[in-house]
Design a protein around this ligand. Sequence first.
Ligand code: DGL
Length: 270
Amino acid sequence: MKISPLSPIGVFDSGIGGLLIAKEMKIQMPNEYFIYFGDTQNMPYGEKSREFIRNNSLKIASFLYKKNCKALVIACNSIVSNALDLIQKKFHKKILIFNVIDPVVKNTIFLSYKKIGIIATPATIHSNFYIKKIKKYYHHLDIVQISTPLLAPIIENGWEMKKISPVINSYLNHFKSIDAILLACTHYLFLKQEIDNFYHGKVHLIDIQKIVVKEIRKKLIENKLLCIHSTWGRLPVFYTSSHRPIFFEKKVRILFGKKVFFKTHVFNFV
Ligand code: DGL
């Protein structure tokens, strides 16, 4: 398949989390045309086995690859920490593969901290992916991490502040004496304001969206694949694996407006 700057970028997650990465892509790279896949049928990935995550994310990546994508963005920490090697191997030298962890853990922002907290899904925490990566680059850093299994499912189903606030508080009470917090699940990016409120602005929230998309843009330019022409007439497509999930569609419309396509695609998942 011939790819060019006009080819789409495939973005995927278990549900709505990756929408915030796609939104930042639209801000930093307004001409890009993208196809999104949310595996809403199988959400939450954070509670799935490593084998399940590996098998299913490979199917989604292959589905997007067949749409002639020039790049894939794995916008889910649970997938990256359990299946990145597999996806990279499968598409090596075919298309660009981006993920939401590598640009963050390599960022020099960590040099300015002594102690950081990480909250993520059980699948991400159990993989130890973050600890291994961050320790490789920043030996000095003290890292505390906890899995926060209740958050992503509540967020995916349309959270109410009064219900989610006690959950956030009970999790964050585990670490208070930190310099920065890493929201290591893309769903949690919807809670940035609440988490900032909890810490009264005294703990730095690492800006994952900006860091990740800046890196994507840089690599697209290096590979002469950045789209510099307007994508007028090409509306973003949002696939889900369950039929028309209401909250997902609501969030898409809030973030991307009304000119979007919704489609359902069901895989024979294992
Ligand atoms: N958004 C996904 C992540 O970044 C996880 C949500 C889920 O558990 O499905 O890890």
